[in-house]
Design a protein. Structure first.
Length: 278
């Protein structure tokens, strides 16, 4: 694999957005405020009509390239951004998500020290204006499902050129599909454990369309060599967890035991220190 520029690698950051006026400015500021000098910022808008473009234009003197046109979905928009990217390293941060201060410098430092194909790290999930969960990426866990936080991922641009981009057939698990293809081709990941790279608001596409994502994840796991029995067992377990907890909460409330979910939340938080909603 070709080496990146060791003096000051050029980093391309791509933001895709559609009618994201409520959160796009925070995203833009988080990118431009990184203090990294060799930065190429690209924004791909899907034809917004809510004032998003007006916000983008406020910063266009600091944005390398932005386009606004209809696309065929999230994967298509991300692929447009990749096609425009000329950096040695490419990261993606969607509208309504934002980078932690110093994230790009930390990522570039890892590329220069270890020369991996990709770098990932921890993500802080927010519920409104309150931190909800601090999640670590887990590269080894990818065999069992999406365990890398995509907003924290930075990839050598060369990986996209040699191994391909996002598959348009996936509506939710396109990031899992792409990263699994990278991993199968021997792409080495460096995981910056304990280092928050990005922040995400709850309620993104993958959460809202959880069922679609799980079914796509099952298909991808089988394609990547996981047995159908193992993949089906994993799918059933995740579906039970996802929908079962919601059902239990409804039953408790109807039974006059509405106080129990809060009690169970405290038990959950004591077992998983990643939860921040104490």
């Amino acid at each position: 694999m070709n080496e990146i520029n060791t003096a000051l690698p050029k980093v391309s950051v791509i933001t895709i957005v559609y009618n994201g006026a409520a959160g796009i400015e925070r995203t833009i500021k988080s990118v431009l405020g990184q203090g990294y000098k060799n930065l190429e910022y690209i924004i791909v808008d899907g034809g917004s009509t809510d004032g998003t473009i007006d916000i983008v234009k406020k910063y266009e003197d600091k944005i390398a390239r932005w386009v606004s046109e209809k696309d065929r979905g999230i994967s298509d928009a991300m692929n447009k951004g990749i096609a425009l990217a000329t950096g040695d390293i490419v990261g993606m941060i969607h509208a309504d998500d934002w980078y932690e201060d110093g994230a790009i410098k930390a990522v570039v430092g890892a590329f220069l020290k270890y020369s991996p194909g990709a770098v990932c790290g921890a993500l802080r999930l927010w519920n409104g204006d309150r931190p909800y969960y601090l999640g670590e990426s887990d590269v080894a866990g990818m065999r069992y499902g999406m365990s890398i936080w995509h907003p924290t991922v930075f990839v050598k641009n060369e990986m996209y050129k040699t191994e391909g981009v996002f598959d348009l057939k996936y509506r939710s698990a396109m990031d899992y599909d792409l990263l699994m293809r990278f991993i199968k081709k021997g792409c080495a990941f460096i995981n910056l454990r304990g280092r928050v790279i990005a922040n995400m608001s709850r309620g993104g596409m993958s959460e809202t369309n959880r069922y679609t994502g799980l079914m796509e994840e099952y298909e991808i796991r089988v394609r990547c060599g996981v047995s159908k029995i193992s993949a089906a067992a994993g799918l059933a377990r995740k579906l039970a967890l996802c929908h079962g907890l919601q059902l239990v909460k409804k039953i408790l409330v109807k039974s006059g035991l509405g106080f129990l979910p809060e009690y169970l939340r405290k038990i959950r938080n004591s077992g998983d220190k990643g939860f921040l909603d104490n």
